[in-house]
Design a protein around this ligand. Structure first.
Ligand code: MRU
Length: 364
């Protein structure tokens, strides 16, 4: 009843791409305009990239990381012929600007740290322009690695999604949130491509509607049957027996497996537990933050009240009403059936299980 099968199979456009050499530009698919307008934003300076991340023109943890890496390269374009000390001063400022754009997704910090470390490694051995060229290569490598990690997550996750399953997802952790085929959507997508019949229930994901605007659009582009539901309908859809698995992405996973993801994810995990439905979190190794013992230390982004009181320019709530708008919540590890990573499945969702599969030894 009411299950949409009106799919248009074609490949969704790339989330981002770099054009040219070190003097080039970053081209982003503007996700705030989807699904009605497919438009690109050409970023020629770091300020435009920082704003694009902050305003969700580019969003999703892995895509934010890669965009920040390219943003750093853009920020260095003005100091290609500067001396070493001016170059490194500028690098510090640009890194700080990007790091302040969004606090929760750890991929952003991973990317900035990786490029900064590479620059420090080359300091004194290469000219500023040669260092900048090496950083562009690092950013391109990060993009390629992200694509490969998505493919590996798809391969690891696909066997979990068997013929005839209903799968519920929250927010958007598909190709639009990455440089590849996505994280949460990668397993169902590969299963679909292998010929299994799945039906994906897409939570609209208030307040910014990443599910309605992005996930539903993306699944339809891939020809995966899907049905859009309001967030408040998930419990009923589960009780009707339409959902056999839940899969979501992650913005940061602490050492014990507690997972920050889009606000509302925790509620979906509780619902899945009550209904005896497996709850999977899919993420690349770049989303794990083993420096944090548990989810209580994950910084949660607080966003503007306008996002709750309004939809774009249209007012929904009374002027002056008090608003709480955390962009993410933390799902405790005990509600997670398994983590789907590019290194394989982590079925023992705790610190030792995570360290064993990721191949990271226990901290001394
Ligand atoms: O605020 P957003 O749209 O950046 O939030 C995105 C999510 O919560 C995703 O689920 C997460 O980043 C994983 S994307 C592969």
């Amino acid at each position: 009843v009411g299950l949409s099968t009106n799919c248009v199979a074609s490949k969704p456009p790339d989330t981002l791409r770099w054009e040219g050499d070190i003097t080039g530009a970053l081209v982003l698919l503007d996700q705030t305009r989807l699904p009605s307008v497919v438009d690109y934003l050409v970023c020629r300076d770091v300020e435009t990239v920082e704003r694009a991340i902050r305003t969700l023109q580019v969003r999703g943890a892995p895509a934010i990381g890669v965009a920040a890496a390219y943003g750093l390269c853009l920020g260095l374009q003005s100091v290609l012929s500067a001396d070493d000390s001016n170059f490194f001063d500028r690098l510090t400022k640009v890194a700080a600007l990007l790091a302040a754009s969004r606090p929760t997704a750890v991929n952003l910090f991973f990317a900035i740290d990786r490029l900064t470390a590479r620059a420090i490694e080359l300091r004194g051995r290469a000219s500023p322009s040669a260092i900048a060229a090496a950083l562009l290569e690092s950013a391109q490598q990060l993009e390629a690695e992200d694509r490969a990690m998505c493919a590996a997550i798809g391969a690891a996750g696909a066997p979990l999604f068997t013929d005839g399953m209903g799968v519920l997802t929250h927010c958007n952790a598909g190709g639009l949130a990455t440089c590849g085929i996505g994280t949460a959507l990668a397993g169902p997508l590969v299963a679909h491509q292998q010929g299994r019949h799945l039906h994906v229930f897409v939570d609209e994901t208030r307040p910014l509607l990443q599910g309605a605007r992005l996930t539903a659009w993306e699944l339809m582009q891939h020809g995966v049957p899907c049905t859009l539901i309001c967030d408040s309908m998930a419990a009923q859809v589960m009780r009707e027996g339409r959902v056999q698995a839940v899969v979501v992405g992650a913005d940061r996973i602490a050492a014990n497996g507690d997972t920050a993801n889009k606000i509302g994810t925790y509620g979906v995990a509780v619902l899945a537990k009550v209904h005896g439905i497996p709850f999977y979190v899919a993420a690349p190794v770049t989303t794990f933050d083993l420096t944090l013992a548990s989810g209580s230390s994950i910084p949660i982004e607080q966003r503007a009240s306008q996002e709750v009181t309004h939809w774009r320019e249209h007012q929904l709530g009374p002027a002056g009403v008090s608003v709480y708008n955390p962009a993410f919540d933390v799902t405790p590890a005990h509600l997670i059936t398994a983590l789907i990573t590019d290194r394989g499945l982590i079925r023992e969702v705790n610190e030792s299980g995570i360290r064993r599969v990721l191949g990271v030894s226990t901290a001394p």
